[in-house]
Design a protein around this ligand. Structure first.
Ligand code: NAD
Length: 279
């Protein structure tokens, strides 16, 4: 069993990004990321803090537009439009989830697709489905980078994606299909999850339920990628996979923390750098 070390890989990518930022700066270009943060959800604040810190480390210009929970949809839209026009901003990210009175899809559609470094705009998700160049959501992109770095060939593999959200499961499935894998997407209404996962060469899970994937659900030698992030009552972070019992069966497995999470931030930096190069 080999652990896929997302922290080490992310560190490598961040250092590559920094080298490229230094070169861009010589040409007078400083990549810029704007984050819109609404409300006071502690997890969202923690993620934004991590993202801002990562931006600073690689030498990006970054700003956070913090807004109260009660902010109007119009105010958020105005802010995004302002960022669309700002020549110092290459990437715009709206931290999700947004409060209930805000229509998330409407907000995401206001982002200029060329600055959509989270890849959530329908223009980019449509291009991804069609296997065309696009901004790709950072989490599934980070998983693909892991496969690449660990020389895991996807062609013809049976892959089961557990979880079908617009930001994790669906783009993950598109990327895998584009890489010639045979993809099954499962979700909360899937009748018998185990029937799908037990024969899979690769299981990728992003649901948000600790211990969802148990040892009897994966075959010997499977590759298991855990995207889930759950905070337990004791404050510890855990994924969706019962790691202690599942990992001995795996050929490759990602831990939580230290797996997909750090890769997500590294991919955000990579996407923002790519956007800056297109200036
Ligand atoms: P979401 O709530 O939008 O979607 C959850 C998906 O899981 C849905 O498609 C739902 O149908 C499915 N699901 C729920 N219960 C299920 C079950 N019992 N069996 C099978 N499928 C089930 O969540 P999301 O935003 O996609 O996030 C999913 C998880 O991934 C969360 O734990 C989140 O914290 C984590 N996440 C991690 C990163 C990272 O960087 N590692 C990034 C984004 C999200």
């Amino acid at each position: 069993m080999q652990i896929i070390d997302g922290s080490a890989l992310a560190k490598e990518i961040r250092s590559e990004v920094k080298t490229e930022v230094d070169k861009l700066k010589e040409q007078g270009v400083v990549p810029g990321l704007a984050v819109v943060l609404v409300g006071d959800d502690p997890a969202s604040h923690a993620y934004v803090k991590m993202k801002s810190k990562a931006c600073k480390e690689v030498g990006f210009y970054s700003i956070v537009h913090e807004m109260p929970d009660s902010v109007s949809q119009e105010r958020i839209i105005e802010t995004i439009k302002m960022m669309n026009q700002n020549p110092n901003i290459d990437g715009i990210l709206v931290q999700l989830p947004l409060p209930g009175h805000i229509e998330t899809e409407k907000i995401l559609e206001v982002i200029d697709p060329k600055k959509d470094v989270d890849g959530f705009h329908p223009y980019n998700s449509g291009r991804l489905v069609n296997n065309l160049d696009s901004f790709v959501p950072c989490t599934p992109l980070g998983v693909m980078k892991m496969f690449d770095k660990y020389n895991i060939d996807l062609r013809g593999k049976d892959v089961v994606v557990v979880g079908a959200s617009n930001i994790v499961g669906k783009p993950m499935a598109s990327l895998l299909l584009n890489a010639d894998a045979t993809v099954t997407v499962t979700h909360i209404y899937t009748k018998d999850l185990k029937a799908h996962t037990q024969n899979a060469d690769i299981v990728i899970v992003g649901v948000g339920k600790p211990g969802l994937i148990t040892e009897d659900m994966v075959k010997e030698g499977a590759i298991v990628i855990d995207i889930g992030i759950n905070r337990l009552e004791n404050g510890k972070l855990t994924g969706d996979v019962a790691f202690d019992t599942v990992s001995p069966k795996c050929s490759y497995v990602t831990p939580v923390p230290g797996g997909v999470g750090p890769m997500t931030i590294a991919m955000l930096l990579q996407n923002t750098l790519d956007a800056a190069k297109m200036r």
